[in-house]
Design a protein around this ligand. Structure first.
Ligand code: TLP
Length: 341
């Protein structure tokens, strides 16, 4: 089966499993897990932040940061298609009592001018704007890259208006590799960042949040409240460390594979795809004009050995990752052609 549903589906390689099997561990709730400590230090250094914290998932990372930066009743400004607003089961209002204020960006990118317009005045009638969130790469827009210059402008705006900026960097690795941008450049232009090892980097579990020492101390308390304090979790951190060392630069392959797939899809009758959105490892296309029903289409693909996911209405998402080879992509293209004929 060629599984293009997500880059979350990768399985740890034998070498990664070996690194995990021999990992030295300790009780991380006591802060005594050497692998977790090493990973946290490494991520803090990579992003130029004072401190970092291992968390079980990207969702928990984002939600802890939102809670750290806000008070109940505050408003969080985000891009309308972002993961925090759409795919975290309403966690931000549920867990932090905040209201989301979505801004419609272009291909996932909202500008500082757009955000400035929705920052509320300091009056009691209005929910107080406390936080801006940015997603890079932007999943819902098709893995698009949030330009560093715009991030800088947004961070400057946030600082001038006394708001915080959180970066959902679940796929920041893809953005960094695609644009040759040092990870520190992202870290320097946000108050907190959440990064995932269980996506393009191919580790089975785990995310890390990074920020100031004070933020991470508060995040540590919240992680316990959310049930994310884990014990001999160095087994997982070892997988993440292995992923960082071995799987970062190869993300270029995934980007090339996504391009091959997108290009081929754009030549198939009835398929609508904005090739400008295919900047990293995600391909989103619309099958409305093929006349095919989405569920039947997914079933026909599955019968022939390809898995993808529905992504709202008649849109479909395919994601390339380290368990998908160039040959797999070429086979998938033939299968798509077969189904659309
Ligand atoms: N994304 C998943 C699904 O939840 C949609 C996927 O298959 O792409 N931020 C971004 C930008 C994400 O894409 C995701 C996961 C998360 C956060 C949450 O990470 P996890 O799944 O570890 O909670």
């Amino acid at each position: 089966m060629i599984d293009l549903r997500s880059d979350t589906v990768t399985k740890p390689s034998p070498a990664m499993r070996q690194a995990m099997a021999v990992a030295d561990v300790g009780d991380d709730v006591f802060g005594e897990d050497p692998m977790v400590n090493k990973l946290q230090e490494q991520i803090a250094a990579l992003f130029g932040k004072e401190s970092a914290l291992f968390v079980p998932s990207g969702t928990m990372g984002n939600e802890i940061c939102i809670n750290c930066h806000t008070r109940p009743g505050d408003e969080v400004i985000c891009e309308t298609g972002c993961h925090i607003f759409n795919y975290e089961s309403g966690a931000a209002p549920f867990l932090s009592g905040v209201q989301m204020r979505p801004v419609v960006g272009e291909r996932g990118v909202m500008t500082a001018e757009q955000v400035e317009q929705v920052i509320s005045p300091p009056q009691d009638h209005f929910p107080q704007s406390a936080l801006i969130t940015v997603e890079n790469t932007h999943n819902g827009a098709g893995g698009t890259i949030f330009p560093l210059d715009e991030l800088k402008r947004l961070f400057e705006l946030a600082q001038n208006r006394r708001l915080k900026l959180h970066l959902d960097g679940a796929r920041i690795w893809n953005a960094s590799v695609a644009t040759d941008t040092p990870l520190k450049d992202y870290g320097h232009h946000c108050d907190s960042i959440s990064v995932c090892f269980s996506k393009g980097l191919g580790a089975p579990v785990g995310s890390v949040i990074a920020g100031s020492r004070q933020l991470i101390a508060e995040a540590h308390r919240l992680r316990k409240i959310y049930g994310g304090g884990m014990r001999q979790v160095g087994i997982l951190a070892a997988g993440a460390l292995h992923a960082l060392e071995h799987n970062l630069n190869r993300l270029k392959d995934d980007h090339n594979h996504a391009r091959i797939l997108a290009q081929a899809l754009s030549n198939m009758p009835g398929i609508e795809i904005d090739l400008d959105t295919v900047q990293t490892n995600i391909v989103i296309f619309d099958i409305a004009k093929t006349g095919l029903n989405v569920l039947q289409f997914l079933e026909q693909l599955k019968e022939r050995g390809v898995l993808v996911v529905p992504f709202g209405g008649t849109r479909i998402r395919a994601v390339t990752h380290l368990d998908v080879t160039k040959d797999d992509v070429e086979t998938a293209v033939e299968i798509f052609k077969d189904v659309f004929d």
